[in-house]
Design a protein around this ligand. Structure first.
Ligand SMILES: [Zn+2]
Length: 240
């Protein structure tokens, strides 16, 4: 069977649910090689919805976690994208625990399954809450050279201008992307583990509240992120 026909089978197939004691995963099948991961869908508002919509718009597979915090974990956050627990700790101070490892193993295995072969591009979506006078979309990366980063940034800005088009309700945020920009959220802990470590290229996207809480801004963000994902996928996935 040609890869093209197989790819067509993946896109639009029914989501699969995997329930663990501490939370739940949803795998939404897509084309091979590109996977969107949402490890904190249970507590970073609207990241799960944005990831799912992004998958449907671009044909990428998606793995979305919900739960893994609150009553089911004794109030401690499991990090899911790494085998540790606890929030707001320096990367080396996050405790590695048996349950955190079990949850992380399950997540990494689902991302591998969604990739249906080598993971050419892994897009991890997060939402941050830290307040600052200037907010940005921040993208920490791996396997993305300065040329592609500059292209992604230029494409984002073009798409943003198109989507703004006099609409004052949209925040019109700028994008910072490694390696051409310095970002605050560098994914220092997550990048030591799969899926981050296994992917040929990674976009680790942190969305501020302004980009995901108001409905109009959220819709605009989904469109802008889809544009980024398409450019990155075209540059990192072979035609196979
Ligand atoms: Zn997060």
């Amino acid at each position: 069977m040609s890869p093209r026909i197989e790819a067509a089978r993946g896109v639009g197939a029914a989501p699969e649910r995997v329930a663990l004691p501490e939370g739940e995963f949803r795998l939404i099948p897509g084309r091979p090689g590109v996977v969107i991961g949402v490890p904190h869908g249970g507590f970073e508002e609207f990241t799960g919805l944005i990831g799912e919509r992004l998958g449907r718009l671009t044909g990428a597979g998606a793995v979305i976690a919900t739960g893994f915090a609150g009553a089911r974990t004794g109030g401690v956050r499991l990090n899911v994208n790494r085998p540790t627990e606890g929030a707001r700790l320096p990367p080396g101070a996050e405790p590695l625990t048996a349950r955190a490892r079990r949850v992380h193993d399950a997540y990494a295995a689902l991302v591998r399954r969604a990739a249906r072969g080598p993971l050419a591009l892994y897009v991890e979506l997060h939402g941050y809450t830290r307040r600052a006078s200037v907010v940005h979309l921040e993208v920490a990366t791996a396997g993305i050279g300065p040329g592609l980063a500059r292209r992604l940034k230029a494409r984002y800005r073009l798409a943003r201008e198109r989507s703004l088009n006099g609409r004052r309700e949209l925040p019109g945020l700028d994008l910072l992307i490694e390696p051409v920009d310095r970002v605050r959220f560098r994914a220092t802990a997550a990048r030591r583990w799969p899926p981050f470590r296994e992917a040929s290229a990674v976009l680790h996207i942190e969305l501020p509240p302004e980009a995901r809480l108001p409905a109009a801004a959220r819709e605009s963000s989904i469109g802008l992120l889809a544009e980024l994902l398409r450019v990155a996928a075209a540059a990192t996935v072979g035609d196979g």
